[in-house]
Design a protein around this ligand. Sequence first.
Ligand SMILES: *Cc1c(COP(=O)(O)O)cnc(C)c1O
Length: 399
Amino acid sequence: MAHATPKASEQHWQQTLDQIHTDGLFKRERQLTTPQRIEIETDQGQSVLNFCANNYLGLADHPALIASAKEALDEYGFGLASVRFICGTQTPHRKLEHTIARFCHQEDSILYAACFDANGGLFEPLLGAEDAIISDQLNHASIIDGIRLCKAERHRYPNADMNALEDALKKTQHARTRMIATDGVFSMDGTIAPLDEITQLAERYDALVMVDDCHATGFLGPTGKGSGEHHGVMDKIDIVTSTLGKAMGGGMGGFTAASAQVVELLRQRSRPYLFSNSLTPSLVSATQTAFELVTESDELRQRLADNTLFFRQAMKAAGFEIKGEEHPIVPVMLYDAELAQTMAQALLDEGIYVIGFFYPVVPQGQARIRTQISAAHTRAHLEQAVAAFTRVGQRLGVV
Ligand SMILES: *Cc1c(COP(=O)(O)O)cnc(C)c1O
């Protein structure tokens, strides 16, 4: 049997890397020398204001979470060295699953190493060849991969296009189960899925609704319970997946919250759960504290909402075109990829850390700088960012 010689593989991989460079898609990682927070420093010695973390509630370096993680290290040790069903379940794991279930208005929940795994392991155990999945075109990569691993028929509708969704529901009447799968918030646009209409269509056509609420859990909706609560339809959503790696402390981990039956089936059959290590107890306990903070007090959520409103209005007043309505993801539309890169670099030089997004992460000709607001931003931070955007924007002829 002929094996590719290392030389051929190296050639092939180098070509791929060169192509990534040529396409202008090569990603470099900046190293932070500080904890994740608003005022960060990089190994270049630069001190900047962070406007690109998913640290919506500012919990990533919150003293209560750090204290809780330290206590758990002492009480439960560092690692579990086991999957959940062998000897990897401790009291804090089940406690957090119950907390998350209550938070999501579901009967139970199941933890994963990441929401990527929650989505990757969701569809295959629940749906087979007799079933159909109807998926929003802008859904996260992990939903797309999860759907690929499953034998159900696949249908896709243009982003938030309710006529196309209805067509797909009509076309799939033959299926045993239809599941609509959508992100609760589309992360490139900062727009919220129309779950009021989606749940109505689901009722009319007897379909299930799955929502990935990674950019909503903890801060969207009147009590932070996510995009379903935002639209007043929490109890019409069948399955919620989300991350522990964004607003809820930003550690890592993910979950699926659903009926007790669905969660039980996932515990028996979901491969990323069955064949992957248990979450470390310090992470579980700190995340438990994050859910308690968010449930007990409105303060951080309110500050985030105030900050978001202030920043969106100030940027619009400065003449920028902003996408979305009320989400702390605030995309500043520039349309030109090179301009987005130049502007992000110029802002960095001004001490404002933001990232330009362009094709293929967003459609061709839709380049933008995506800013993300946090409860930990002060009014002064926000004003500093708007002033820098204005200076740079004027220099580059954007405003
Ligand atoms: C971030 C994100 C994920 C992945 O979450 P991890 O816990 O980091 O794996 C999945 N879906 C959506 C919509 C996300 O934004």
